[in-house]
Design a protein around this ligand. Structure first.
Ligand code: SF4
Length: 465
């Protein structure tokens, strides 16, 4: 698959609009405050996943030592590491409360620590967190496990990596963005190439099976030459996965971004050239396109899952664990259990206050309707395979596809005319040139898309390119 081969700049410009990343459908924007603890408990207890079905856990560590100016994450900037101890106390209570609902028979097949910066924790704090998880949940040592962590090489110690390895972590994801010093100064993230490559090597030496590197294009002062050097250095380290995200400049939503020099942001042509360069360089180095902004080596689990047709997408991004209920723990974390979604309070005070009162810290959520479930199924197939098997969707949901999705198919028509998708009676398939615009195809099936007076919050979507 060559997602850029036939994509002309004119077409990309025409379709360069904002849209969801579809880590869930409905997106978090639709979650409602009238979904609370009682609804969550009811749905977990009546869930149909089975007493021994595997689980996926996400734990949010919100602290960072230094603010990156491009950041759109929910994080707290501090150098006070005792703040992590104060966070781990209520987090332990949340773990115990949630775990009591799920029992200890369900193996945790996927565990992910995200942030913020998970390696803000000291090794002993990390041990304490994972011990707490192990007391509540069935953490497995199976080779099938997928225990991953986001790491910031600037603050990473050998002791921390040793502790991760001892606790069973086998995947690491490194934030890099760009090694170009003038970009790093502009975004307030000074991180040397040597420091990053050393951290990757240390994880490999300690048996980590999979390494991911995150890059960002569209940053201030970024040039094709500088980004090309970054790509060469990253490809030289041969990470199993590479994500190349497009920077979304939304200073009205993310305060940190107001510190960036907007005049130094690359124009649309340069953004496109940066993306083209990344796709070509990764393709030439043997990486396969997974979807959206993700690439993986052919032997990586994600590439294999994409080939087999069982790749899945959830709040952690692309994953091979389609059958797991996902439990989010910590401030702002999102869960997807059975047919319901829920999100914890986004601010520490409310999150902690609920736990102090012995309550689950749920801020908002929703129970997916039949229509949500059918559309989520189609959107998953588009985002993960680029193909919708029409008959299979009809059989799974007992619908007549052409009637149920008449409006969506009408919206899809112009994209078909532009050669982004083929629309047949049996199959809807993204073409090679449509692969980079999967979000656009998915948006045709999204009932909630567009400005709406009843939306819980304004759209916070990034551009599709
Ligand atoms: S980009 Fe990552 S490391 Fe930087 S401030 Fe945001 S969460 Fe922290």
């Amino acid at each position: 698959m060559r997602p850029f081969a036939q994509l002309d700049a004119d077409l990309l410009r025409r379709y360069d609009m904002a849209g969801p990343r579809y880590t869930s459908y409905p997106t978090a924007r639709e979650f409602r405050p009238d979904f609370g603890e009682a609804e969550y408990r009811r749905h977990v207890l009546s869930g149909h996943s089975g007493a021994e079905a595997p689980l996926s856990l996400y734990v949010h560590i919100p602290f960072c030592e230094n603010p990156c100016f491009y950041c759109g994450c929910n994080r707290l900037i501090t150098r006070d590491h005792a703040a992590a101890d104060r966070y781990l106390d209520p987090l332990a209570r949340e773990i115990a409360l949630v775990a009591s609902l799920f029992g200890k028979n369900r193996p945790v097949r996927q565990l992910h620590l995200g942030g913020g910066t998970p390696n803000f924790l000291r090794p002993e704090q990390l041990s304490r967190l994972v011990d707490g998880l192990g007391r509540g949940f069935f953490l497995t040592s199976s080779a099938e496990r997928d225990y991953s962590v986001e790491l910031d090489p600037r603050f990473l110690t050998v002791e921390f990596i040793d502790t991760l390895a001892r606790l069973g972590f086998n995947r690491a994801s490194f934030g890099v963005q760009d090694f170009d010093p003038q970009v790093q100064r502009a975004v307030n993230r000074i991180q040397s190439e040597a420091q990053t490559l050393e951290a990757i090597a240390q994880c490999r030496e300690r048996g980590f099976q999979s390494i991911n590197v995150d890059l960002l294009y569209g940053l201030p002062r970024q040039t094709v030459e500088g980004f090309g050097r970054t790509l060469s250095a990253v490809i030289g380290a041969r990470p199993d996965r590479v994500a190349v995200y497009g920077y979304a400049h939304l200073p009205q939503l993310f305060k940190a971004q107001r510190q960036l020099d907007a005049a130094a942001l690359p124009n649309a042509e340069t953004r496109l050239a940066l993306l083209r360069l990344a796709i070509e360089a990764l393709g030439a180095a043997g990486y396969r396109y997974i979807g959206l902004d993700h690439f993986a080596l052919p032997e990586d689990d994600l590439a294999r899952a994409r080939e087999r047709g069982d790749l899945h997408r959830n709040f952690m991004g692309y994953t091979t664990h389609a059958d797991c209920d996902l439990i989010g723990l910590g401030v702002s974390a999102i869960s997807h259990v059975s047919d319901c979604f829920s999100q914890n309070h986004r601010d520490l005070q409310h999150w902690e206050g609920a736990l102090d009162d012995g309550r689950l810290p749920i801020w908002r959520g929703l129970v997916a309707s039949f229509d949500d479930i059918v559309r989520a199924d189609v959107i998953q197939r588009i985002m993960c395979q680029g193909v919708v098997d029409v008959r299979a969707v009809e059989e799974r949901h007992h619908i007549v596809f052409g009637e149920y999705f008449a409006e969506a198919l009408a919206k899809l028509g112009p994209l078909g005319a532009d050669g982004l998708v083929t629309i047949g009676a049996r199959e809807i398939r993204a073409t090679d040139r449509g692969q980079l615009l999967l979000r656009l195809l998915a948006m045709c099936f999204d009932h909630y898309i567009g400005p709406r007076a009843d939306a819980a919050e304004p759209p916070r979507f990034s551009k599709v390119i």
